[in-house]
Ligand binder design. Structure first.
Ligand code: CP
Length: 306
C-alpha cells in the first residue's frame, strides 16, 4: 500500500526517487493516469499551502477532486474519521489526502482501507510532503545533503515539520541542530542538539525558521513579538552573520516580525516562496507514486477489518 504517513517509511532511495520525479515535473514533464482517478482532500485543520498545492497537483495530473468540507460534513454529527474515510472509499474515491489535529490519526486507518492515505500533517507528529519539498529545495540549492549543516529554529516541540525534517536530513547525511526558546526544544526527537541562536545562524548552510504554533500551546505565549524576534528570531543583524551561500527557509505561514524580520522574507537568501512552488511538484510525484500502485492492481489486496 503506497500510503505516505511519515518520513520514516521512505528509504533514501524512495526519497531520491520522489525528488527526482518532482524535479522532472518542475522541468515540464507530464503524466496522467490511464483511467479516471478520484481523490479527496480531508482537511480537519486550517491550511492554505498544503491544501491548495495538493489540489493544484491533482488538477495538473488530471485527477478528479471530490470536494470535502469538514465543517459541513457528517463529522459534525459525530461520524468518526474511519467511517468518513470508509464512506469515501465505498463511493469510489481512489486516494485520500488527510490533515488532522490528532497526532498519528492514521493509526485508526492503518490496514483498514484498501486505498492509499497521504498524510498532509498530523498534530505535532509528521508532515512528510513538507519535508520532501524542503529536501527538494535544499537539493536544488546545494546539489547534495551530505556535509550540510541545517539549523531548525523556533517552536521545535510543537512542530511536525521539525520532526519530519530532522529524521530525513540526518539519514541523508546532513547535520541537524536546533535552536530557539530552550523550553521548546524537544530532546524526544532524539536527533541533533540544542545550539545558541547566534552560533546556529552563523554556522548553518540552511537556516530553517519555524512558526510559533500558538494553537498547540497549553499556555499563551506572553513574550512580545519584538522581544521574540530579538532573542530567537532572524533579525537583519543575524542575517549579516550568515555564511555567504547560506539560505533561509520557513514552511509558512510566517509570523512576520516574530520569527523573521519582515524585510528578510523575500530577500536574496530566502527560498520561502520557492518552497511553496516546489510543493506542487512534490505532491504531484507523491500522488503519481500512490496511483501507480493502485493501478498496478493492488487496490483490492487488503481486506477490510471492521
Ligand atoms: N506549510 C504548511 O503546512 O502550510 P499550511 O498550513 O498553509 O498548509
Amino acid at each position: 500500500m503506497r500510503n505516505l504517513l511519515t518520513m520514516n517509511e521512505l528509504s533514501v532511495h524512495d526519497i531520491e526517487g520522489i525528488i527526482s520525479q518532482a524535479q522532472a515535473f518542475a522541468n515540464g514533464e507530464g503524466w496522467f493516469p490511464e483511467s479516471q482517478t478520484m481523490v479527496a482532500n480531508l482537511f480537519f485543520e486550517p491550511s492554505t499551502r498544503t491544501k491548495c498545492s495538493f489540489e493544484m497537483a491533482e488538477r495538473k495530473l488530471g485527477l478528479e477532486v471530490i470536494p470535502f468540507d469538514a465543517g459541513t460534513s457528517s463529522v459534525q454529527k459525530g461520524e468518526t474519521l474511519y467511517d468518513t474515510a470508509r464512506t469515501l472509499e465505498a463511493i469510489g474515491v481512489n486516494a485520500l489526502v488527510i490533515r488532522h489535529e490528532q497526532d498519528a490519526y492514521f493509526d485508526e486507518l492503518k490496514g483498514r482501507l484498501s486505498i492509499p492515505v497521504i498524510n498532509a500533517g498530523d498534530g505535532c507528529g509528521h508532515h512528510p510532503t513538507q519535508s520532501l519539498l524542503d529536501l527538494m529545495t535544499i537539493k536544488q540549492e546545494f546539489g547534495r545533503f551530505k556535509g550540510l549543516k541545517i539549523a531548525i529554529i523556533g517552536d521545535i516541540r510543537h512542530s511536525r515539520v521539525a520532526r519530519s525534517n530532522a529524521v530525513a536530513l540526518t539519514r541523508l547525511g546532513s547535520e541537524v541542530v536546533f535552536s530557539g526558546p530552550p523550553e521548546w526544544f524537544d530532546e524526544g526527537i532524539g536527533i541533533g542538539g540544542y545550539e545558541d541562536i547566534d552560533s546556529a545562524i552563523g554556522t548553518a548552510d540552511v537556516v530553517m525558521l519555524l512558526r510559533i504554533q500558538h494553537e498547540r500551546h497549553a499556555e499563551k505565549e506572553t513574550r512580545a513579538d519584538a522581544e521574540y524576534l530579538q532573542r530567537f528570531g532572524l533579525t537583519k543583524m543575524r542575517e549579516r552573520s550568515m555564511k555567504p551561500k547560506a539560505i533561509i527557509m520557513h514552511p509558512a505561514p510566517i509570523n512576520r516580525g516574530v520569527e523573521v524580520d519582515t524585510d528578510l522574507v523575500e530577500c536574496g537568501r530566502s527560498r520561502i516562496f520557492k518552497q511553496m512552488e516546489n510543493g506542487v511538484f512534490i505532491r504531484m510525484a507523491v500522488l503519481k507514486r500512490a496511483i501507480e500502485q493502485i493501478k498496478g492492481g493492488n487496490i483490492h489486496e487488503n481486506s477490510h477489518q471492521k
